[in-house]
Each structure stands twice: as C-alpha cells, then as structure tokens.
Design a protein around this ligand. Structure first.
Ligand SMILES: Cc1ncc(COP(=O)(O)O)c(C=O)c1O
Length: 348
C-alpha cells in the first residue's frame, strides 16, 4: 500500500503536538572504520551504518517516546482524564515523558517509582520532579496498592485519574508513532542512495522496531528488523506480544497486514545480568560511538543495542552488503546514573 494512504490514516487519529519529527538521519563512517579496524578487517567487511536520531525529538530531553505520547495523551484527554498515575522503574524514560506530557497538557502526574528507592535523584526522576510530577518511591510489591490509593484519593478530590498501564492504548501508541517514523526513514534512505536495496533496521525489543517493520511490511520495503533484548526476561514472549499489538494497529489504521512470525529477529545474549545493568560491551560501545562520531548513547537501551550490533558484526553474522539503520531511541538522562563506571572504564 502507498505511504500516503498510511499517513492519511494516522492523520485521522486524535493527536497532540510534542515531538520534533523528521529527526536527522546520518551515516557513521568513522564508527564503521573503527569496527573494521578492531576486527583487523577491510572496511568492506562491515556494513554501512546509518543512524536515525530519535534522541533529537526535542521534547523533555529527547527520545522516541515523545512520538508515543502524542497519540497516548490525545487518547487520555478524549476520555476526560486530568490525572495520570504511572508505575515505573527508576531508569524509566517513559516515566519522564509521561511527566513532561502531563506538564504540557496541564494534567497532574504521580510517578510511582518502584525500585532502587535509595538511588540518587538524577536523570529521569529529576526531570519528573522538574516537570511537576509527585514522586512516590516505594518497593515494587506495594506499587499497585499505592497507585490505586492515589487514583481513589484524586477522584475523591474531584479529579478524574487513571493508572496509565490500565489503558490498553498505551501498548500500541508507540507502534503507531513508529509506523510514521518508517515513512521518514523511507525518504531518508532514498536520499542517501540506499532506498532500493535490502536494509536492516536495528533497535530494541519494543514498540518502535515493530512499528518500523510494520511500515515495511505494508509498503513492500525490503527491511529486516533486529530487536535487541535488554533484559533476560524478554525474548520468548516478544513475538507473540507484537503480533497481537500490530494486529490492533493494523485494524486501527486499515493496514493491509499485521506482523507475522519471523518478522522480528530478536537478538539475545547482550542484555547482561538484567535490565539496568550495563555489560563491558555496553561501555565499549558508548565510548566507541562517542569517540568516533560524537554521538552519545545510553547504558540501558541504545548502548545495549549498539553493543549487540558491534558484537554481531564481529561474529560475522551480518551481511556486509546490507546497510544497517541504527535507531537511536534516546534514553540519555540515565547516562549520568553510570558516570563513575563510564569514567573508570578502560578498553581491555
Ligand atoms: C530509550 C528507549 N529505547 C527503546 C525502548 C524500547 O521500547 P519502545 O520501542 O517500546 O520504546 C525504550 C523503552 O522504555 C526506551 O526507553
């Protein structure tokens, strides 16, 4: 189906304006050369690597979720909510965007931050505070109870509150945003002269990479999609979840097809001990990309995904003739939560 038909359907959805879209698309030749050098190989042994700079969406420090929130908040406002209770991890970028979107839409926000309750207030929690969220740091086992009490108290006080994860639409808003991002990458790859050949999209397990694959499946682009697992609990259930969610997006947008088994290649083995715990490879990837291209990655998400890309290239698992588009989905405020480890890291 035609890109314009998809964009027209997206245009019909309720939406608020938060993100700076059509984010930059750049090639990373110095990174490519450095990877080749580290393998003692010719540069042609390494695919061309492009980067989609969704760290540059602008709103609330940037990141892919500015796109997600445009649809999600329009949906919440349409339903009359004026208060959002969000249950989130210490490192959560989503929480930052929820808090900032509430600020922008004159809504009240409660962040129920469920772990690492004694860790310093920096990064996303700090931005949550700056954007006016009330922050409740409590152990995970009480999170639901506390969130329900906050909703009840707010409703008793005459507001209309909701726990964000109780809204099914929050599962698919991000995928819709990234179907649209697919159209940006489509134009940008053509402009870069790689529009008519197979390309590999490279990101993280989540709604964004699924949205790009869904765009490609519906427009006939020859894009494969590699999704790096960033926690040991993800891979098994990932495909089933995203087939289901893409079916809902396809129905909503009137797409020809949803995702099918095998559409997303899940890359495991790079998540380390768990979510929020960077590996040696993550530190290497962050240093290498910063030193070669002046681009900063984060230790929880994009650093893991880049360590997987470098690892798979070095293992000879990627066809050098298939260019890679690395999706920089943001996450930068949490880089500073790992300042000591990043400062002290030395290459082996
Ligand atoms: C920076 C960043 N990238 C990627 C992801 C993966 O999920 P999604 O594609 O659904 O945003 C997340 C999820 O929290 C994230 O914070």
């Amino acid at each position: 189906m035609k890109t314009q038909t998809i964009l027209d359907s997206i245009d019909e959805l309720p939406r608020i304006q938060l993100a700076r879209k059509n984010t930059p698309f750049e090639e990373m030749p110095r990174l490519r050369a450095a990877i080749a050098e580290s393998m003692d190989a010719d540069v042609d042994a390494v695919p061309h690597i492009f980067i989609k700079r969704d760290d540059a969406t602008g709103f609330a420090f940037g990141g892919n979720k500015a796109r997600h929130m445009e649809f999600l908040f329009a949906h919440l406002i349409e339903r009359g909510f004026d208060t959002v209770v969000n249950i989130n991890h210490y490192h959560s970028n989503q929480a930052r965007f929820v808090a900032a979107s509430c600020a922008k839409m004159d809504m009240k926000c409660h962040m129920v931050a469920v772990d690492m309750v004694d860790a310093p207030v920096i990064g996303n929690l700090l931005i949550g505070h700056l954007t006016g969220a009330e922050i409740h740091r409590i152990p995970g086992e009480y999170s639901r109870e506390v969130a329900e009490k906050l909703v009840a108290d707010e409703n008793d006080a005459g507001r209309n509150a909701t726990i964000l994860s109780d809204n099914d639409f929050s599962d698919i808003a991000g995928m819709i945003g990234f179907v649209e991002t697919g159209s940006e990458i489509d134009a940008q790859t053509s402009e870069a002269g790689v529009g008519d050949i197979p390309i590999r999209m490279w990101g993280l397990v989540g709604r964004s990479i699924a949205g790009l694959r869904l765009y490609a499946r519906n427009t006939g682009k020859d894009w494969s999609a590699s999704a790096t697992a960033y926690s040991h609990t993800q891979p098994d259930s990932y495909e089933a979840v995203y087939i289901d969610r893409s079916t809902r997006v396809a129905e909503l947008l009137g797409l020809d097809t949803a995702l099918e088994p095998g559409d997303l290649d899940t890359i495991t083995g790079y998540h380390g001990d768990d979510y929020g715990i960077p590996t040696e490879g993550v530190f290497e990837a962050i240093h290498l990309v910063a030193k070669t291209e002046g681009i900063i990655l984060d230790p929880n998400y994009t650093g893991k995904s880049m360590s997987a890309l470098i690892g798979e290239i070095r293992a000879g698992n990627l066809d050098p003739d298939v260019p890679v588009v690395f999706v920089h989905s943001g996450g930068l405020p949490q880089t500073f939560a790992f300042a000591d480890q990043l400062w002290n890291w030395q290459p082996n």
